[in-house]
Each structure stands twice: as C-alpha cells, then as structure tokens.
Design a protein around this ligand. Structure first.
Ligand code: NAD
Ligand code: UDP
Ligand code: UDP
Length: 316
C-alpha cells in the first residue's frame, strides 16, 4: 500500500481523533488540523509521539497552504449547544471552510471527503431517509446554521466536482457515539451516560418519543475509510453512513440507566425548537457500494462508552 499524506480537519474532535488514529494504523502520515473549539488535545495526546503525526492549530475559515494526497474535512461543531453558541461562525466553518478545503484540493489535486450529516434531511417526512430525499429543513431556525451550512457545503462539493473535476466523497453521517465525546458535548449519549454515572437526573427533552439511530464510532470510521479508499472516482455520494437500528430517546435513557447500574431518575425538559421527530438511515447504497453495514449493536457500544466515561470521571 502507498503511504499517503492525509489532512484531517477537526482532527482533535470526537470522530476526527478516531480517524487520525485509524489512518496512522494504516501506515499513513497524518496532519491533524483543529482550532480546538470543541476538540481537545487530550483526544490526540496518545498520537503525539508518533513521528508521522503532526498538529496544526488553524481555523478552516482561513486559507491553508499544505501539500497532501487526501483531505478529510470534519471541522465543524456537531452538537446543537456548541453549533448554536456562535451560529454565524458555524455557517462560516461549513461554507468558508468548504471553499478553502476545496480550493486547496483543487490546487494540489487531492481527493477530498466531506463530513456531511443526516441533518440535511431536517425533520424528515420520509422514513427511513434515502439519499434521494431532499429533506425538510427550516432555513431560518436555530438549527439552520448547521443544517444549511452543511447543505451549502454539499452544493460546493458537487459544483467543484462538476466544474473542476475534483475527486469528492460526500458522506452523510447519522448520530454516532463512543469514547472521546467531550463530557460537556451536550449530545444525548454522552449526556445520559455522564448523568447516569454521576447519579444525576437524566434529562429527556420532550416526551422522549422522538427517535434516533445510533452508530458506534468504530463502525463509522470503517465506513468513511472504505468510501474514500474503495470506491471509483466517479462515485461521489452523497452516501448515508449510520446504523439503521432505531430507538426512542426514552428507550435510550432506560437502557443507559440499566446498563450503568444507576439510581438516576428520568426528568422531562422542554423539546428544543425544530428537534427532528424521527431519524433512521436507509443504508442500501453503502451496502451495495462498499459492502458496509454497522456490526456493533447499541448495547455493545454502550458498554465501551460507559467504561470510557467511568474511567474519565475517576481520573478527574
Ligand atoms: P466534534 O465537535 O467533536 O469535532 C469537531 C472538531 O472540529 C472539533 O475538534 C473542533 O474543535 C473542530 N472545529 C470546529 N470549528 C473549526 C474551525 N472553524 N476550524 C478548525 N477546526 C474546527 O464533533 P464530531 O462528532 O467529531 O463531528 C465531526 C464532524 O462530523 C463534523 O463535521 C460533524 O458535523 C460531522 N458529523 C458528526 C456526527 C456525529 O454524530 N458525531 C453526525 C453527523 C455529522
Ligand atoms: N485556497 C486555500 N489553499 C490553497 C488554494 C486555495 O486555502 O492551496 C483557498 C483560497 O483562499 C480561495 C479558496 O481556497 O479563496 C478557493 O480557491 P479556488 O482556487 O477555488 O478559487 P479562487 O482562488 O479563484 O477564489
Ligand atoms: N436529547 C435529550 N436529552 C439530552 C440531549 C438530547 O433528550 O440531554 C434529545 C434531543 O432533543 C434529540 C435527541 O436527544 O431529540 C438527539 O439529540 P443530539 O443532540 O444527540 O443529536 P441530534 O438532535 O443532533 O440528532
């Protein structure tokens, strides 16, 4: 296998750190770029002694001049509380970030992966969601900075492909969880696990009847790598990457309480605006194109996630 130089933007975040680790294991050289907004040095501390690993502190909304073979563009806060903290910066990160990374890819003729999202389907009226569904997104609500930013990034990726023959791969990632989510990430799995371990109330938003389909991080990274490495140049996606096993948020809360052996009680808080009611990927395309489907069941992934947060809390 040819050793490649690979740029991972958002490389110190949850998914990015797992991707950097996997690329190094595969024998590649990794440039990890991050502005450390939601990422942390702790996520990549174990990689720092590797001579093939480099860290660049940089914001993707500014131009970047490096020489690499491949780019994985993951930079963007992904949790609602973080992407809504500075929504203008969130849109800039997706849109200006995509323009800069595409301009870079064009100059150096690099293949480029975009971390798109199931949020491009908004609050979906088609269930499960196939890639052919155009979605149901509020263009001016509190989630729009993320949803529309990611939709515009997709537009840019496909226009650079059509206009400049860039080699692009657009993956629509569905809810993914696992070790190295930040304690204060705010997404549902890390919130419930941390609350359960601390014996705090489990905060279910709304009546908990809304659904999500949770993918363990190792499965997701496998999917991203296979999409990038094993598909022909003309196969651009968009392609859904996620686990089709669907659960209500209340089911998740009860499962986490049981598995953590917790005495936590469930409390109900108001449902945030535009919170999607149901979400589940149709992964037929990924099954056909890269023979991929997630292997790790929710309970198996939760064992590893609970263990990670348990150790992390004990180390504080
Ligand atoms: P994360 O918040 O842990 O990681 C995002 C990383 O990007 C962080 O390290 C952050 O510091 C960095 N970043 C943010 N803005 C930046 C900027 N302007 N310049 C440089 N770096 C910047 O979230 P994650 O779950 O690891 O998500 C990674 C990517 O995958 C994101 O693009 C996200 O939209 C996408 N995604 C994730 C999920 C999921 O369930 N985890 C689902 C769909 C899409
Ligand atoms: N860019 C970059 N690194 C490069 C090449 C380009 O960051 O190696 C940025 C550059 O700032 C530009 C953007 O990517 O604004 C888009 O580049 P492109 O060549 O597509 O467009 P143009 O430079 O003509 O605006
Ligand atoms: N959620 C919840 N309690 C929490 C955090 C989230 O009930 O402490 C709900 C949230 O309202 C949503 C679902 O869990 O319906 C998934 O939320 P998350 O932020 O993890 O992801 P997204 O909504 O972006 O899919």
């Amino acid at each position: 296998m040819k050793k490649k130089r690979v740029l991972v933007t958002g490389g110190s975040g949850f998914l990015g750190s797992h991707l950097c680790e996997r690329l190094l294991e595969m024998g590649h050289e990794v440039l990890c770029l991050d502005n450390f907004f939601t990422g942390s040095k702790a996520n990549i501390l174990h990689l720092i002694d590797n001579p093939y690993f480099e860290i660049i502190r940089h914001d993707v909304t500014f131009p970047l001049y490096v020489e690499v073979d491949e780019i994985f563009n993951l930079a963007c806060p992904a949790s609602p509380i973080h992407y809504q903290f500075d929504p203008v910066q969130t849109t800039k990160t997706s849109v200006h970030g995509a323009i800069n990374m595409l301009g870079l890819a064009k100059r150096i003729k690099a293949k480029i992966f975009q971390a798109s999202t199931s949020e491009v389907y908004g609050d979906p009226q088609i269930h499960p969601q196939p890639e052919s569904y155009w979605g149901n997104v509020n263009p001016h609500g509190i989630r729009s900075c993320y949803d529309e930013g990611k939709r515009c990034a997709e537009t840019l990726f496909f226009d650079y492909n059509r206009q400049h023959s860039l080699r692009i791969k657009v993956g629509r990632i569905f809810n993914t969880y696992g070790p190295r989510m930040a304690m204060n990430d705010g997404r549902v799995v890390s919130n419930f696990v941390v609350q359960a371990l601390l014996g705090e109330d489990i905060t279910v938003y709304g009546n908990g009847g809304q659904t999500r389909s949770f993918c363990y991080v190792d499965d997701l990274v496998n999917g991203i790598i296979r999409f990038m490495e094993e598909t022909p140049d003309e196969f651009t996606g968009p392609m859904n990457l996620g686990n089709p096993d669907e659960f209500t948020i209340l089911e998740l809360a009860e499962t986490v309480i049981e598995m953590a052996g917790s005495k936590s009680k469930i409390v109900y808080k108001s449902l945030p605006a535009d919170d999607p009611m149901q979400r589940r990927p149709d992964i037929s395309l990924a099954k056909n194109a890269i023979n991929w489907e997630p292997k790790i069941k929710l309970r198996t992934g939760l064992v590893k996630t609970i263990e990670y947060f348990d150790n992390h809390l004990k180390s504080l």
